[in-house]
Design a protein around this ligand. Sequence first.
Ligand code: ADP
Ligand code: MG
Length: 399
Amino acid sequence: MAAFRTLDDLGDVQGKVALVRVDLNLPVKDGRATDLTRAQAVAPTILELADAGAKVLLLAHFGRPKGERHSQMSLSIIQGDLERVLGREVMFIPEVSGPVTQQAIGILRPGDIGILENTRFWPGEEKNDPEFARAIAAHGDFYVNDAFSASHRAHASTEGLAHLLPAYAGRAMEKELKALDAALGTPVQPVAAVVGGAKVSTKLGVLEHLVGKVQHLIIGGGMANTFLAARGVDVGKSLCEHELTGAVEQILDAAERAGCTVHLPYDVVVAKEFAANPPSLRTCNVHEVAADEMILDIGPRATEALADVLKTCRTLVWNGPLGAFETPPFDEATVALAKTAAALTKEGSLTSVAGGGDTVAALNHAGVAGDFTYVSTAGGAFLEWMEGKELPGVAALQK
Ligand code: ADP
Ligand code: MG
């Protein structure tokens, strides 16, 4: 892994002003946050810096205000929630730079915490305008990025600032980078990847990158149908991107050249209508899907075979559910394989890293998210990392 400056590289910060980029894009209903996970994730960094005597100024975006002030996207809305998570007072500062910000910094004592207004109220944020970044940087002595989930975007607060001040990875960022490195950077071999979800089209880059990185590529979900179709299987009414069978053939060829085994299901769960426990539900061989049936999950025999594959592996990276897990019983394969991965992780034989919006929901549904080595809630940034892309906000923190 590339070496990153972390909080361990900071000298004495007593009385210094820390500009800390965090992800506080909390889901809000009726003026209150409905999920505090993101605030909890960045609390250790904030408290560590405050306890070391820094004046901690938080920078974050909130919603999509597109360069204009919108009161319903003001970060003042989550000030109270943040105070409850931190167990400290947090001063809300309605600007990100200028005299109001400078005056607030004068009022803050060492160890105090302030949150600056939504960075995306200013057009310079998403444009990564150097002047906007310089105006913010003028208030700080150093910069900390603890927002991996926002670091696939080269914005002023995620990338620009890192070039203007001494820049460090926060504790949440550090944990995420270590986990991702253990999964795909310098993993213990053999490595398995599970890629599922609805469509090949959203994950072409991921698949192309993974075939050169892993020994076992396990394909599930709707995208498995496109793979099966490329192999000449009639998938009936299933979700399938027939126009992508050429791209899939290329991926299969690249996998073969790289010595990566691609695992497609040989039995599947099908139904004539997409509903919970439909009367037409049945399990069959992939070659027996009728013209009016759709594949909604991989079958029990395929799931068992995949569990055996995981038992031979030391590292697992997982993105995308194996079936339409929101609707029973099409959650069964995902839940079963997630439980296998969790058990192997607990035994110590597997390092397991998972990410993706629906994947996190599926692992929570299976009740095993806490048993994986690491579960990333980063969404877009996680997928770009799975594509092997360099994330600009992360690259800017390299030593
Ligand atoms: P993530 O958000 O973890 O990256 P995706 O968004 O790619 O995952 O895919 C998740 C969606 O894929 C789920 O809503 C699930 O219902 C759907 N899905 C999985 N298998 C199938 C299938 N066989 N047919 C239709 N939809 C499926
Ligand atoms: Mg999704």
